[in-house]
Structures are given as structure tokens and as C-alpha cells.
Design a protein around this ligand. Structure first.
Ligand SMILES: *Cc1c(COP(=O)(O)O)cnc(C)c1O
Length: 421
């Protein structure tokens, strides 16, 4: 069972806030590295096991560089994400390019970098051939439709916009084979924030069976199976973290029963987790600006949903620690709000917290994935800084906060002044 703690003392945090005003995101390098190593260790039975970090979860090149140093590749889905990977020295088959509704220039760039392209649709075969030519390794994304249940974040597979149907998959690989491609992979991703380890075992099992069928029918050889991301994290205290051993052992059994038994090994197992890699190791640090008592108690922070959108977007739970009051009894029900002119700009609704005072520093947990990354500028809100707590305890800024100049950077004030309304 998880207990929520913060990796710094109140004094340390106060010292950081002197240099970098709230709100900001801060990432814990040490814990992130330890977790990365544990993931690789858990799958060491599979030669060629690889985690391609889903860049969208925390698209900061400093974090990418740390993860690349731990042996991760990059899972990119857009041109700017490809640029981040290249800037961090991650190129070639260390990149999986998993996109959908893809513009031609993104395929062209992915091929220039030598990335493994993961096709989202059968119509992308001629599209890719036309715009960039077919590469020598290719992957297709499978959507199992009614065979598999999805969840709130990703939806039911048959309603999801992603991937090939089963029939299209057989047709697609046949077309690719006939066009001379010899190196193949297969991919699926049907859950997000899943905490049931058997879910991933089942997903891998589905892909292994498909590989056996596709190899048998089409006479092609698969180099890898990518079971996607979606490994969940315990956002709530008391939730059980995923047991990597259960996932790994379960997948290994299926591997032996299907891949090994049919003479289809070696097959590399790939993952492309985002949340699991950075989520628990990022914190949004904010200050209580106002306490308001009307029909409810409201605690207004200096952060808002532009800094962390998940609670407003899908009612996601993010644990809140009040610095200096970690052991104080949680006696008061608060709605913890931001300042957007949107009533759903709330980090928590009816949350029991210790009695708050103006100026209290609050730590919002598990903000390291899909946190800063989902930031936006609505209401003229500026994106906050990102800081890194280094392994030696130093704190470095890895992205500064936006300024009003950034907000106006796409505007031409001179032209506006001469513009006749
Ligand atoms: C979002 C996404 C991921 C990462 O998902 P997490 O839930 O953060 O692990 C991986 N692959 C694809 C294709 C995605 O869209």
C-alpha cells in the first residue's frame, strides 16, 4: 500500500521557493531513475526488452536525457516530440513513432531519423509509401475491438479511433510483405492508468497469439511486440502499486507457451509507458492564496487547471499534502480551486485537509505525467517552471516559467497598432 510522501523537507522547499516562486513542477531524479531500473530489471528475461518513454507524458528534454541514459528509447507522436528525441541524441530505432491522423511531414521526419514507424491505419500504407517511401521495418497498431474492455481514459476499443481491425491487420501485413518489407513488429494499446497486472499479461497474450497466426498465414517474421503503455500508478493513498513481477512472469509464461512453442523466438518485448515512468516523481507546488467561506469552504491556490488539468478533465484524484501539517488531523472539507473563470477549475472537491491558512504551501502529488505537459494558456494563464531535484539534492530549473512576452510571441503589436478597426 502506498503512503504519500514528499522527497524534500519544508525548509528545503522554502529555500527553493525563494529562487523559484510558486507555482512550479518539480521532479525527483533519484526516484525516477530507480523506477526506470526496476522496470528494466523486471523484464531482463527478454533479450531486447525496451521501454520507449511516451514523450507526451512529460515532454521535457532534460527528463528525456535522464531516461535515455537509463536505456529508454522515445515513443513520439508528433514532429516536436521527434525534435525532442533527436536533440537528446535519441534517433534511429531508439524511436517508435506512434501517431494517428498523421501529416505527411511527420512521416518524412520520422523516416529521416530512422524511427520505427507504427501505422495507425491500413490507408496509411499507401500514404506513407507516397510521401516518404516504405521503410525496411514497420509496425501496425492493432485495435482488438470488442475482444477487450478499455477504461475511462482511453474508451472502449471498438469506439476508439486507434488501430487496425483484425481483418485489416492480416490484409495490411500481406500488402507490406508483398511490397518487400521483411522486418515486422506489432503494437496495441488499449488501456491507460490500469492497475490490474493481469490486464497486461492478457494484452501480451493477445499479441503473441496474433503473431503466431499472422506468421503462419503470411510467412512473415516478427521482431517485436509492443504492448503499449498504460501501466497505472496509485494516485490514491492505499491503492496498490502494480507488481512488475506478476506482469513479467505472466507475460513470460505466455511467451513460452505461444512464441517459444511455435518457434517464433526471439521476439523482443517493447513497452511505451509514460505515466508509470514520470507520474509519481513529479509534484506541483503551490501556495494557498485565499480562503473563502460561502456555502462551502474554498481554498484558492496560485496554481490552476492550466498547470494540472487531470482533476478538471476527468475528475482524477491527486493527493494533496500541506507542508508542515503532514501529521495534523484532516478536519475540514475543502474544495481546492484555481483561479480560472471556469467552475470546474478545482484540484479537489470535498477533500478533507488539515485546517489551512493563507500562505500554506501545498504539494499536489503524481503530477509528473500528463501534468505540465497538458498546460495551456486559457484566461492568459502562463505555464509554470519545471524544476529538477537532482540526485545530490541540488535543484535545477529545467524549463523557466512563461512570461507575458511568451504569451504574446505570436502577435505582431506593430501591425496591430496600424490595423484599422
Ligand atoms: C498515451 C500513450 C502512451 C502512454 O500512455 P501512459 O498511460 O502514459 O503510459 C503510450 N503509447 C501511446 C500510443 C499513447 O497514446
Amino acid at each position: 500500500m502506498t503512503k504519500k510522501s514528499v522527497p524534500f523537507s519544508q525548509e528545503k522547499l522554502n529555500a527553493v521557493i525563494k529562487d523559484y516562486p510558486t507555482p512550479f513542477h518539480i521532479y525527483d531524479e533519484k526516484k525516477m531513475r530507480e523506477n526506470a531500473r526496476a522496470l528494466i530489471r523486471a523484464f531482463s528475461w527478454n533479450e531486447g526488452f525496451r521501454e520507449y518513454f511516451a514523450v507526451k507524458a512529460a515532454p521535457n528534454p532534460f527528463l528525456m536525457k535522464i531516461l535515455a541514459a537509463e536505456g529508454f528509447g522515445a515513443d513520439c507522436s508528433s514532429l516536436p516530440e521527434l525534435i525532442i528525441a533527436e536533440k537528446c541524441g535519441v534517433t534511429g530505432e531508439d524511436i517508435m513513432f506512434t501517431s494517428n491522423d498523421t501529416p505527411a511531414e511527420e512521416f518524412i521526419e520520422a523516416e529521416r531519423l530512422g524511427a520505427i514507424i507504427n501505422l495507425d491505419d491500413i490507408s496509411h500504407i499507401p500514404f506513407l509509401e507516397h510521401c516518404a517511401g516504405l521503410p525496411d521495418i514497420i509496425c501496425c497498431r492493432y485495435n482488438p475491438g470488442p475482444l477487450k474492455k478499455g477504461n475511462l481514459i482511453i474508451g472502449h476499443p471498438e469506439e476508439a479511433k486507434y488501430g487496425f481491425t483484425r481483418e485489416q491487420l492480416f490484409e495490411g501485413y500481406k500488402i507490406l510483405r508483398d511490397k518487400g518489407i521483411r522486418r515486422f513488429g506489432i503494437h496495441t494499446m488499449v488501456a491507460s492508468n490500469e492497475l490490474d497486472p493481469l490486464y497486461f499479461v492478457e494484452t501480451a497474450g493477445i499479441l503473441f497469439t496474433l503473431i503466431a497466426e499472422l506468421s503462419g498465414e503470411l510467412g512473415i517474421r516478427f521482431e517485436f511486440a509492443n504492448i503499449g503503455g498504460g501501466l497505472g500508478i496509485p494516485y490514491r493513498p492505499g491503492q496498490k502499486p502494480l507488481d512488475l513481477e506478476i506482469i513479467s512472469n505472466g507475460i513470460r509464461e505466455r511467451y513460452n507457451a505461444v512464441i517459444e512453442k511455435n518457434g517464433l523466438s526471439p521476439l523482443k518485448l517493447f513497452m511505451e509507458c509514460g505515466r508509470y515512468i514520470t507520474g509519481p516523481y513529479g509534484y506541483l507546488i503551490s501556495r494557498v492564496l485565499h480562503l473563502k467561506n460561502t456555502y462551502k469552504h474554498f481554498a484558492g491556490l496560485d496554481a490552476c487547471m492550466a498547470n494540472l488539468m487531470r482533476p478538471a478533465l476527468y475528475g482524477a484524484y491527486h493527493h494533496i499534502t500541506v507542508m508542515g501539517k503532514e501529521n495534523a488531523p484532516a478536519t475540514t472539507l475543502y474544495d481546492v480551486t484555481g483561479s480560472l473563470c471556469e467552475n470546474n477549475d478545482k484540484f479537489a472537491i470535498d477533500r478533507k485537509l488539515p485546517e489551512l491558512a493563507e500562505g500554506d504551501i501545498v504539494v499536489i502529488h503524481d503530477a509528473g505525467a500528463h501534468g505540465h505537459a497538458m498546460g495551456f494558456n486559457y484566461n492568459g494563464k502562463l505555464r509554470s517552471a519545471e524544476l529538477l531535484l537532482r540526485e545530490n539534492g541540488d535543484v535545477e530549473q529545467i524549463r523557466r516559467a512563461e512570461t507575458a512576452d511568451d504569451y504574446f510571441a505570436t502577435l505582431d503589436w506593430g501591425k496591430m497598432a496600424n490595423f484599422k478597426a
